[in-house]
Write a protein that binds this ligand. Structure first.
Ligand code: DOR
Ligand code: ZN
Length: 431
């Protein structure tokens, strides 16, 4: 398929501020034309009437578990789950086994991904050795090996002196530091949001302030170092307010929210469903509303999945014993389309947060359908109603609170470098 004409779709390209019904021509892996009535001479034609045509989504935060935990996920299953969810690029977190704290691990991931994954995989390297928060990694060497950012995600660097140095070095390496903001002392053994729900359930609570003290600390450290801080999975109203103020003061900060923190509250945990145990925990309706407001304003500029697969036997235990995390790649789009239906975001602004902004955050080509750009393209059927069954999905794991749910909106097809890498069977037809 050297030439593909995607005809008559609603083209949404935030990089061009474009929202219009147009044809898109792909040639030799690149966008070759964007306009009306483009010739289909020698091209495979995709009828995209009624569909959205957008730059491939970029997930700035996923756990793909390879190397070391391939029973949960690997670069093949995670990469296939990604393209089924419309993600053409995925940044994978460093909490693998071994930890991605050495260039050899970064290169291993890139090498495997090249062979196994239909999505482009962008490794995030650890900021400290073994994610222990004490000794910095060789950040320059990791960057040269291909790391796109630094993060101890899953753990927080509790030593502010270490965090300050990490931020300083990240500037030299030219990549952001992604913080998992959770003060481990304030969190204690907390497994759900601290509040009426944790009391009712009799489960240890994790307070909002555990996130907010760390966000406040790291915003100050970003301010004095001038480094680029990216706050992962923001979950509290207080954290949104802190980030908003720091932005106004000129701090180089970006932030992400997950589909689950944007749409579910701690009420979802009342059935003790361990798939709702995540770190940070699902919060109150007030927090969810503040996140949506922050996302609409652009204070939160990225939607990232925090796709965190875990095996069924690990999740089928007491709530307090279950590892935190839920799947995200295959449901993200359908879940966040709720924000468009509730008129919190226009389709174009949603695509900006799923594609253009995360590409920019990580310094990647992508997030654009401009002529000459790599043809990483997603077709979305925003009205399609479907039932999510994780056992029919691409991920090796099944830990999703949306298992069995009826969702509206689905990825119809995904192209990476002009190659059709995913197609929903009853979606668009290629002729
Ligand atoms: O829910 C989460 N799961 N949060 C994290 O920080 C880690 C992740 C995982 O690795 O499972
Ligand atoms: Zn994570």
């Amino acid at each position: 398929m050297a030439r593909v004409l995607i005809r008559g779709g609603r083209v949404l390209d935030p990089s061009l501020d474009l929202d219009d019904t147009l044809d898109l021509l792909i040639e030799d892996g690149r966008i070759a034309g964007l306009g009306r009535g483009l010739s289909d001479d020698g091209a495979e034609v995709v009828d995209a009437a009624g569909a959205w045509v957008a730059p491939g989504f970029v997930d700035a935060h996923a756990h793909l578990r390879e190397p070391g935990q391939e029973y949960k996920e690997d670069l093949a299953s995670g990469g296939n789950a990604a393209v089924a969810g419309g993600f053409t690029q995925v940044a994978c977190m460093a909490n693998t086994d071994p930890v991605n704290d050495d260039p050899s691990v970064t290169m291993y991931i890139l090498d495997r991904a090249e062979k196994d994954s239909p999505a482009r995989i962008r490794p995030i390297a650890a900021a400290t050795r073994g994610l222990k928060g004490q000794v910095m990694t060789e950040m320059m060497a990791l960057r040269e090996a291909g790391a796109v950012a630094f993060s101890d995600d899953g753990a927080t660097i509790m030593d502010a002196g270490v965090m300050r140095r990490v931020l300083q070095y990240s500037k030299l390496a030219g990549a952001p530091v992604i913080v998992h903001a959770e003060d481990c002392h304030l969190r204690g053994a907390g497994v759900v949001n601290e509040g009426p729900v944790s009391t009712r359930l009799g489960l240890p609570g994790n307070p909002c302030v555990a996130e907010e003290v760390l966000v406040a600390r790291d915003l100050r450290l970003a301010a004095i170092t001038g480094a680029h801080l990216h706050v992962a999975h923001v979950s509290t109203a207080g954290a949104v307010a802190l980030i908003r103020r720091a932005r106004e003061e000129g701090v180089r900060v970006t932030a992400e929210a997950t589909p689950h923190h944007l749409t579910l509250t701690d009420e979802a945990t009342t059935g003790y469903d361990t798939s709702t145990r995540v770190a940070p925990p699902l919060r109150s309706a007030r927090d969810v509303d503040a996140l949506r407001q922050g996302l609409a304003e652009g204070v939160i500029d990225v939607i990232a999945t925090d796709h965190a697969p875990h095996a069924s036997y690990e999740k089928e235990v007491e709530f307090t014993e279950a590892p935190p995390g839920m799947l995200g790649l295959e449901t993200a789009l359908a879940v966040v389309l709720e924000l468009v239906r509730e008129v919190r975001l226009t389709p174009l602004e949603l695509i900006r947060r799923l594609s253009t902004n995360p590409a920019r955050l990580l310094g990647l080509e992508g997030g654009s359908l401009a002529v000459g750009a790599s043809a990483d393209v997603v077709l979305v059927d925003p009205e399609r109603v479907w039932t999510y069954d994780p056992s029919l999905g691409f991920s090796k794991s099944r830990n999703s609170p949306w298992a069995g749910a009826t969702l509206t909106g689905r990825v119809a097809a995904t192209f990476v470098a002009g190659r059709l890498v995913y197609q929903y069977e009853r979606g668009v037809s290629l002729r």
